[in-house]
Design a protein around this ligand. Structure first.
Ligand SMILES: [Zn+2]
Length: 249
C-alpha cells in the first residue's frame, strides 16, 4: 500500500519538474508560468491601490532606468515589466511574478550608488525568474496533501496518534522544510542576481558592499531584507564566491 502511494505521488509530480536558471537546481512546480504571472499581476494591482507612490521624479527615473537594464539581462518575453517607487520608510523591495518591481524609499536612502541599487533589484527579479513563489506554494500543497494522507491512514489504523502526528508534522515541516528552504531561496536569488547585474553592466563588487551595509542595519524593522535572510557573513562569503566565478570566465 505504501508503495502504491509513493508511486502515485511520483507519477503526479513527474509532469511538474522545473529547473532554476543559472543554478540549474531541480524544482517541483505545481503551477504554470501563466497562472503564476496572473497571480502576480493581481497582487500587484491590489498592492498599488493601498501604496503611496513616490513623486520624486529623479528617484523614479533612476529606478526605471536601472530596471530596464536588468529586464533586458533577464530576457523574459512573457513578462510585462513595471518599476515603481513607494514612499515608505521600510527597508524593502520586491518583484512580483510577471515583472512588477517595487522599491521602497527606505531602502533607497541606504544605497550609496546605482550598482548597489542594481544589487537589490536584481536580487528581487531573481526570486521571480527562479519562480520561488510558485515553488513555495507547491511545497505547501504537497505537505498538506501528505498530512491529509497521513491522517487518513492513521484514522483507519491508529486514530489515537492523529494529534501527535499533526503536531510533529507541523513542527517538522516548519523547521525542517520551510525555513531552510526560504534560506536557500535567498542564496539562490543572490547568485542569480549577481549574474543579472553583471550582464546588465553593473559593478558586481558593490553587491558585497551593499550586504555589508545590510549587516550593519540588523536589529531594525523586520522586512524581506532583514528577517528572512540568511546569516550575513555566510551570505557575503557566498556572493564573493559567485563574483570570483564570474570574473574567472
Ligand atoms: Zn530575498
Amino acid at each position: 500500500m505504501k508503495f502504491f502511494y509513493l508511486a502515485l505521488v511520483a507519477f503526479l509530480l513527474s509532469g511538474c519538474m522545473g529547473k532554476a536558471p543559472i543554478t540549474n537546481r531541480d524544482q517541483i512546480l505545481l503551477m504554470s508560468p501563466s497562472e503564476e504571472i496572473a497571480l502576480g499581476t493581481q497582487g500587484y494591482a491590489a498592492f498599488l491601490k493601498t501604496a503611496k507612490l513616490s513623486t520624486d521624479r529623479v528617484q523614479v527615473a533612476r529606478v526605471r532606468s536601472i530596471g530596464q537594464k536588468i529586464a533586458i539581462a533577464a530576457n523574459k518575453p512573457n513578462y510585462k515589466w513595471e518599476f515603481n517607487v513607494v514612499d515608505d520608510k521600510q527597508i524593502n523591495a520586491f518583484c512580483m511574478p510577471g515583472g512588477k518591481v517595487v522599491v521602497y524609499t527606505g531602502i533607497l536612502d541606504l544605497v550609496k550608488n546605482d550598482d548597489q541599487l542594481a544589487t537589490i533589484m536584481s536580487h528581487e527579479v531573481a526570486h521571480a525568474l527562479a519562480r520561488h513563489g510558485a515553488e513555495r506554494m507547491s511545497h505547501q500543497k504537497i505537505s498538506s496533501g501528505v498530512q491529509l494522507l497521513g491522517n487518513l491512514i492513521l484514522g483507519q489504523t491508529a486514530p489515537q496518534y492523529t494529534n501527535t502526528f499533526n503536531t510533529a508534522y507541523g513542527y517538522g515541516t516548519k523547521y525542517g522544510v520551510m525555513l531552510p528552504y526560504s534560506r536557500s531561496h535567498e542564496y539562490e536569488a543572490d547568485e542569480i542576481g549577481v549574474h543579472l547585474m553583471y550582464k546588465a553592466g553593473y559593478n558586481i563588487q558593490e553587491a558585497v558592499n551593499f550586504w555589508k551595509i545590510m549587516k550593519a542595519m540588523k536589529g531594525n524593522a523586520p522586512t524581506e531584507f532583514l528577517s528572512t535572510h540568511p546569516n550575513d557573513d555566510n551570505r557575503i562569503l557566498k556572493i564573493a564566491q559567485t563574483i570570483k566565478k564570474i570574473e574567472k570566465k
